[in-house]
Design a protein around this ligand. Sequence first.
Ligand code: OAD
Length: 238
Amino acid sequence: MSARVVVLTGAGVSAESGHPTFRGPGGLWEGHRVEELATPEAWANDPALVWRFYQERRQRLALTSPNSAHELLAKFEVDLRDAGVGFSLITQNVDDLHARAGSDPIYIHGELSVLRCEVCGEKVRDLDHLDPEVFFPCPACGHKAMRPDVVWFGEMPYRVEDVFRQVGNAKVFLASGTSGVVYPAAGFLQLSRDAGAMTFVNSLDEPENLSLDDAFFAGKASEVLPELCARILKRVTG
Ligand code: OAD
């Protein structure tokens, strides 16, 4: 079954669970913008600072739960698949809230719960070692500090080819909770629109990449998505 409905989520969808967005209020951490911390250069120059930043984020995973928007998207997938409609959930979020709600998203920016060794490539799923002052050594090669398996600025997002193909084949594309400024994800809306998809966008305020051809729904994902997803379901199955 090839995907006909493709959903892209961003930080706004996890905001109601208590994960701060990147560009809204609370977007700074200890006075640093995320663009100064989420880079290979920051990790090379000050690994202790970057590790502390990510360990705080990893700690927060245990303190937060999926909200009704995550749950609704998991149910949306089940409803679509039951009706024989393909579905794909692509997320820029590195938290695990979609998965905990029952979805199996494509994490184009990686996952906070996974650590990766830059020396040997070993990956470990770990949320037990959360001390901000203690690095996590690689169990395979002994390298002293694994990094979070998240995509930093200047690095290639994961599964780009697969995702471009799915977005280019979408009949319906829905973006929720993303400001539309970070590429390549910010380009998915135009890609799907140019390929003939119906495009729907939900965010608190108009994202940068919005066009007059997109149907825009302002508001919280938890409030907007129930009716919007019901409408899309009716449209693609009716
Ligand atoms: P941003 O923080 O840039 O944007 C969040 C968007 O969510 C804004 O448009 C808000 O209006 C909207 N929003 C806030 N609360 C919402 C709610 N309850 N319901 C719906 N929308 C809401 O987050 P992203 O676009 O996801 O990348 O950021 C993209 C990337 O920039 C991130 O994945 C990260 C960051 O740098 C990397 O770390 C590589």
